[in-house]
Ligand binder design. Sequence first.
Ligand SMILES: *Cc1c(COP(=O)(O)O)cnc(C)c1O
Length: 375
Amino acid sequence: MTQADLFRKAFFPHVSTAEWRDWRWQLANRLTTAEQISRILTLTKDEQNALQQANVFPTAITPYYASLLERSPLRKTMLPSTMEKTLSVGETDDPLGEEPCMVATGLVHRYPDRVLFLTTEYCSAYCRYCTRSRLVGRHAANCSGNGLKQRWRAAFEYIRAHKEVRDVLVSGGDPLTMSDELLDYLLASLRAIKHVEMIRIGSKVPAVLPMRITPALMKVIRRHHPVYFSLHFTHPDEMTPETVRACERIANAGIPSGSQTVLLQGINDDAETLKGLMHALLKARVRPYYLFQCDPIAGSMHFRVPVAKGIELINALRGHTSGYAVPTYAIDIPGGGGKIIINDQRCVGRDGDFLLLKNFENNIYRYPDPLTDQK
Ligand SMILES: *Cc1c(COP(=O)(O)O)cnc(C)c1O
């Protein structure tokens, strides 16, 4: 029995295993109110307070993910806090400046050869630090399939007209909350555009709704290869047998997946937790891709870790464990600057024809790199 099975027996005794494993049941039974959540978790005064203002702090947690929260720091990523009301310096509702880069409904074209396609506003669970909380959370139900198809038309047209777009990053909301049929339509429409070389799907579903990763869904995705997944993971507590199984199914379907983690204060901002997460991901054949500094979305100050500490944490990984386990630390710059990679300075100077380089143990080494051509 997994932790989730025990949780189901305790809090959802009348729910069958079949229902629990049905992703549509999970979505239909998301926990959204103080009343529902207090039945399951012991709430603090502040959490209760925030949950009672549902229109200010929209909240949604799948019953499956709720089973992980009681004793995990992950609870702070899902349960609202009245601290979200505090607007700190530099915080906005559109921290990445996506709106001005929109070239069609939901389509952000910032980099030369790839686009970000926000295909749905619907998400199965609401992360408190979500960059797109301006879009997500106001949409309790998924838009109808026909409504979405209608909306995507202009984006397809733009991509078709822009031959330089070779990589389409399908995101949202969470695209894997759509039906198999709708995803099939979406991927087929993108595939029909000759110059689209690869498609990426951004999703948190394997962590919050692993039962969505069905053999039927994998069959749909495989039809449209090469498809990559960019998966959102936060903490090793997420790597349950259910989630590991989902990641393995993804790998077995030939879908390479990378993970994206947001560095969060008091949740994953220590070297052991990060290393534990990266190792667990690699075991499930997910390659750590990005570690993001938390975006300055309104009311997110309590989640942000100083950049100096982020550099320290990356230094604690680089060289100390498999290179595959080290994600790239990046800041997505406010106002549309895009992603900027943050690295500790390893090139510390020069001694004549030699570069001075600092290794992972902070020892200085000399590497021949003549200033003048001596051949
Ligand atoms: C993050 C992002 C991408 C993809 O960036 P990669 O570094 O290629 O993963 C593309 N477009 C936008 C607008 C993004 O924010």
